[in-house]
Design a protein around this ligand. Structure first.
Ligand code: SF4
Ligand code: SF4
Ligand code: SF4
Length: 331
């Protein structure tokens, strides 16, 4: 079979998973940009093995994979290690590891963490293709979920910026951190991509290392040398620092106790937030269950800090004080 056909099989496999590759309402019509991206990312010699795996969260043991590709386990393991290095396979577990093709958003998010392992030309090409898929071909509309079910949600900081600087705990962020068994900090994929393309607006104020992964994802990232283990205390301290620099905490829009990532997103590089701040998808991130409220309007000095600092442009300063637009407020 021609290797182009093998990439087509891979693309169709990914399109049948969540989130899909094809644009909203056009299932099966995979944009050419996505195929170009997969062809740049994965070695043609290895794609025939990759398509024998399932897409996460459906994992295969080494034994089953070896049987499927008709190789012994030692050779099958070498192939899996090559595929992991090509940022297209996720491994979970250490005693009896299991393997799966990265879900599409990880195929998009993992390569930037190891751009430094590619040649400069290849890293730039991957960043260009990835940016084209996401922005020009509109994949952020699929990636960031539907208006009913966005993929990511904002985590409130429960912190007021009144004159009195009343500070309350970061309850939700703290809970996600406290619930984690192990945490890794890595570079942010979105910021690394824009930096590689020379278009990162937040470069002066925000470091690249602003993403946290938890539990099995943290172990995988540490094992691959794409991030380092970090304590819960240090994670909380950095989250506060990032928040003070204007970053927004987001996580997967899942039920409690299942989070594997804690992002600190900027409005300029972040793809999910970009739906709201730059593009035409106002519900690309789920809001927190809170709205901003001015506690005591008498204390308001009309300084305008709240209006300037709100990246979602949810506050307008009037002669009577700030007015919060609840439609736009992300909490
Ligand atoms: S979602 Fe936010 S923190 Fe995560 S990779 Fe994108 S910008 Fe970085
Ligand atoms: S304008 Fe906004 S930030 Fe300034 S004092 Fe009033 S509420 Fe606080
Ligand atoms: S008004 Fe803006 S800064 Fe304040 S909570 Fe809402 S979205 Fe956040």
């Amino acid at each position: 079979m021609l290797s182009e056909d093998l990439y087509e099989i891979l693309a169709q496999k990914l399109d049948a998973s969540v989130p899909r590759l094809s644009p909203a309402g056009q299932k099966g019509k995979i944009p050419k940009g996505w195929k170009d991206y997969l062809m740049e990312l994965i070695d043609p010699e290895d794609v025939k093995y990759l398509i024998k795996l399932s897409v996460g969260p459906n994992f295969l043991t080494l034994k089953r994979f070896a049987r499927k590709i008709k190789k012994d386990e030692e050779e099958a393991l070498q192939i899996l290690e090559r595929l992991i290095d090509q940022n297209c396979v996720l491994k979970i577990g250490s005693k009896k590891p299991k393997y799966a093709i990265h879900q599409t958003f990880l195929l998009h998010s993992f390569p930037p963490l190891s751009y430094h392992n590619y040649s400069k030309e290849k890293a730039k090409k991957l960043a260009e293709l990835s940016f084209k898929n996401m922005v020009d071909d509109g994949w952020y509309k699929v990636y960031s979920g539907s208006s009913e079910t966005p993929t990511m949600r904002v985590i409130p900081v429960h912190e007021s910026i009144e004159s009195k600087k009343l500070i309350l705990p970061y309850e939700d962020v703290s809970k996600i951190i406290d619930d984690a068994k192990i945490i890794a900090i890595t570079k942010c994929a979105c910021k690394t991509r824009t930096e590689t393309l020379g278009i990162r607006d937040c470069k002066e104020n925000i470091p690249l290392e602003t993403c946290f992964y938890m539990n099995h994802m943290a172990k995988f990232i540490i094992e691959r040398g794409l991030g380092r283990e970090i304590s819960k205390e240090e994670t909380k301290r950095l989250c506060k620092e990032f928040n003070q620099k204007g970053l927004v905490h987001t996580t997967e829009n899942f039920g409690e106790g299942t989070h594997s990532m804690l992002c600190n997103c900027c409005p300029c590089c972040c793809n999910p937030l970009g739906g709201i701040t730059m593009w035409d998808k106002p519900h690309s991130v789920a809001t927190a269950n809170y709205f901003a409220k001015i506690k005591d309007i008498e204390l308001c000095e009309r300084c305008g800090t709240c209006e300037t600092n709100c990246i979602f442009k949810a506050i307008t300063l009037s002669d009577n004080g700030p007015i919060v637009n609840e439609e736009k407020c992300m909490g």
